[in-house]
Design a binder for this molecule. Structure first.
Ligand code: SPV
Ligand code: MG
Length: 543
């Protein structure tokens, strides 16, 4: 149901319909939150919020824009104050089209001439449009609206202008007879007698609307009993806001510090909830590349690489140049492109050669294993973290696919032909299949790790040296490392000691402990630089 249908539905139910004045999306939201049935997009409030009199100084576009934000902000119907229709019946026709399109539930047009004067401004010139002219605007509305649920409140200012009860009744009847959905009779009497007297003499079926601003003690129940179905509380949000803001501003200027107004302000989180920050966070999660602030990366680049001889005599492998950029540079580019900006590198061997200003470094003992290296960066594993070796080349898409998985520990596994790779980190997963004919690249298959290790027999994939840890996954890994240390730090899986353990050793220990380690598949799309031949291949193949 849209706003106009909801208003129709509410009209068919008994009881007074309470409408609260607003001037923007936020105040409309507060009107809704308080439990009003509908929002009044008040000309008085919208004008005041622009710091101009309510005198047709703002244009229709100005008022419509404000009302449209209200439609967006609140789920309850929005009834728009359209003054005198911003001109004659021709203006009304264009106005009706625009307001209906904007999702407004009903509009209100009053029989002031253009330019209008607010009903309450004392001592200003006040004129009313001829009754036929205003009835013509009502007919123009009815001819123009597309949906019968879009309604018009025809308002007479006869009592405000001092033209008397007979004139008010004559005008109300003329507008009802022209087909108005409601008639609003406005009064600035301090008692409700005037509007109640009008209702007593009302002899049409058209329901009545009132604005009890001046006869402010009259309750909604009393007015309902007296013949009014809708009560508009037109400007109390604005006026209470001015009072509260005045007090807060004055206190800050006096005290010269803003904690002086702690008791006057809502927490910022209250604002966040009102304006939809939680929803925005969910949308970021659902529709944007994962990563961003909440995901970090740790690159393990502490080990020496004797296989590469002279090439790494003065630097770690991660600092090798591949087509004008270091391996580390290629890695950080791919990570950055996937939204991961917070990158740490664990350095050891020739650590002075790793000089990248935007990257945090942690120093590790190069003679120890990768797991000991990772633990040097334990302080940044308090959130989702991508952990990778410093000698692999990969693209942004690989990172994004990993970011889009769920699971506490998720490894990327290459299923392409693994035969002839005896010294690599091989895996066996529950359902995985390897083979050169397999094309797994597109549909990321999620699987469960059973075994992992260097040169594993019966493997069905190769771990590429990249994994995603959730904060929980990292904590489980850290706790296991601590437990194994407390138990003496002896052999772990294929490692002679905990100090020498590779990540694969700890991952196998996790699985052995009954913890779940998951995998996603890739089919090539990455390169590891282990040997001189790998390095040559990287130069030849990297685009
Ligand atoms: C408004 O809120 O702009 C109204 C109601 O039209 S009143 O200010 O009472 O005229
Ligand atoms: Mg108004």
């Amino acid at each position: 149901m849209d706003g106009k249908q909801r208003l129709r539905e509410r009209m068919s139910q008994p009881g007074p319909i309470l409408v609260g004045g607003a001037h923007d999306g936020l105040t409309a939201k507060l009107v809704e939150e308080a439990g009003f049935d509908a929002v009044w997009a008040s000309g008085f409030e919208i004008s005041a919020s622009h710091c101009v009199p309510d005198a047709n100084i703002l244009t229709m576009e100005d008022q419509l824009r404000a009302a449209s934000w209200m439609v967006k902000a609140a789920d309850i119907p929005v009834i728009a104050d359209c003054d005198n229709g911003y001109g004659n019946a021709i203006n009304v026709i264009h106005m009706v089209e625009a307001y209906e399109q904007a999702g407004i539930a009903a509009i209100c047009i009053e029989d002031n001439v253009f330019p209008k004067r607010c009903s309450f401004y004392a001592g200003v010139k006040r004129e009313l449009a001829p009754v036929e002219e205003h009835a013509g605007k009502v007919r123009a509305f009815l001819e123009t609206r597309k949906s019968d649920d879009f309604m018009v409140i025809a308002r007479t200012e006869a009592l405000i202008a001092g033209w008397g009860m007979e004139e008010a009744l004559k005008r109300g009847r003329a507008y009802a007879d022209a087909g108005a959905d409601f008639v609003l009779v406005h009064s600035k009497s301090s008692e409700p007698d005037e509007v109640l007297g009008f209702a007593e003499r009302w002899d049409r079926d058209t329901p009545l609307v009132c604005v009890p601003t001046i006869y402010k003690k009259a309750t909604a129940g009393q007015l309902y009993e007296g013949g009014y179905q809708i009560m508009i509380y037109a400007n109390h949000g604005l006026r209470s806001g001015i009072k509260a803001q005045r007090e807060a501003f004055a206190r800050i200027v006096k005290e010269q510090h803003c904690s002086a107004v702690d008791d006057l302000v809502v927490p910022k989180t209250d604002v966040y909830d009102l304006i939809g920050v939680p929803r925005m966070k969910q949308e970021e999660h659902d529709f944007m590349p994962s990563g961003g602030q909440e995901v970090g990366a740790v690159i393990l680049a502490a080990g020496a690489s004797p296989e590469l001889g002279e090439l790494t005599a003065d630097k770690p492998k991660a600092m090798l140049d591949v087509k004008g950029k270091t391996i580390l540079g290629h890695q950080t580019d791919a990570l950055n492109a996937a939204g991961i900006k917070d990158i740490s590198v664990v350095v050891g061997y020739k650590k002075e050669a790793v000089d990248v200003p935007s990257i945090k470094t942690f120093a590790a003992d190069e003679t120890k294993g990768e797991m000991a290296s990772l633990m040097e960066a334990a302080s940044v594993l308090d959130r989702r973290t991508l952990v990778l070796y410093g000698d692999i080349l990969f693209d942004q898409e690989m990172v994004e696919r990993l970011l889009n998985t769920e699971g506490d520990v998720v490894l990327v596994v290459d299923r392409s032909d693994i035969e002839g790779r005896p010294n690599r980190d091989l895996v066996h997963t529950l359902n995985g299949q390897s083979g050169s004919g397999q094309r797994f690249l597109k549909g990321t298959r999620f699987d469960t790790l059973e075994r992992i290790g260097n040169g594993l027999d019966g493997a069905n994939g190769e771990w590429i040296g990249m994994m995603m840890l959730s904060a929980n996954g990292a904590e489980a890994l850290r706790a296991l490392y601590a437990d194994l240390g407390a138990a003496g730090g002896g052999a772990v899986h294929q490692a002679e000691s905990l100090d020498k353990a590779a990540l694969t050793d700890l991952l196998q220990a996790m699985v052995d402990k009954g913890l779940t380690v998951n995998t996603i598949d890739t089919y090539k799309g990455w390169m590891e630089i282990d040997t001189f031949e790998d390095y040559q291949r990287a130069w030849a193949q990297l685009k």
